[in-house]
Design a protein around this ligand. Structure first.
Ligand SMILES: O=c1ccn([C@H]2C[C@H](O)[C@@H](COP(=O)(O)OP(=O)(O)OP(=O)(O)O)O2)c(=O)[nH]1
Ligand SMILES: [Mg+2]
Length: 160
């Protein structure tokens, strides 16, 4: 199996990014492979930081990204290796980045594991995924036209 053909660069949306720390010039996020969905975000730290079991800290990335298009949003997601092997996940589970946010991307970093974890400066800590968004208008109604499912949910169709 080969990598999928990437979108031509011309159709990729362009995102404005501010580097809030000059050291980030050497660590710009990038897609690791042609088919990568996310770009890794690194921890902007001056020295290693030990996260004790249960500890949650807001970690700087040194990056501000202005998406600028309400039809797009950013997601900050955990890296699966850190999450599965070391229990390093996100304190907010998923970070949602609004298209009009112009501040620094921050990573709520939670050690949900049972051992201390030492986070190294510029370690790849989470990933940033750009996703399409559709904003809706709400129409208030008294009743819905009946559907097959109706109000059934939460396992109403059984487990298997
Ligand atoms: O993991 C995250 C989540 C959010 N943000 C930033 C970007 C986002 O656009 C803004 C607001 O996020 P959200 O709307 O999820 O938080 P809130 O608690 O509702 O804050 P607000 O009242 O500012 O909307 O915070 C981050 O930097 N990292
Ligand atoms: Mg909000």
């Amino acid at each position: 199996m080969t990598d999928t053909t990437p979108s031509p660069p011309s159709v990729r949306p362009r995102l404005e990014v501010k580097l809030l720390d000059e050291r980030l010039r050497d660590y710009l996020p990038r897609y690791a492979t042609l088919g990568s969905a996310g770009m890794d975000l690194r921890a902007l730290l001056d020295e290693p930081l030990t996260l004790e079991p249960g500890q949650c800290e807001l970690i700087r990335t040194g990056l501000a990204v202005h998406i600028g298009d309400p039809g797009l949003a950013g997601l900050i997601l955990p890296r699966s290796g850190l999450g599965h092997k070391h229990g390093i996940v996100l304190g907010n589970l998923v970070g949602l980045i609004d298209s009009d946010y112009q501040g620094e991307l921050m990573i709520s970093t939670w050690n949900r594991g049972s051992a201390p974890f030492v986070l190294e400066p510029f370690e790849r800590l989470a990933q940033y995924v750009l996703v399409p968004v559709i904003q809706a208008e709400l129409d208030v109604v008294d009743r819905f036209e009946a559907s097959l499912r109706g109000e059934d949910g939460f396992g109403s169709s059984g487990r298997h």
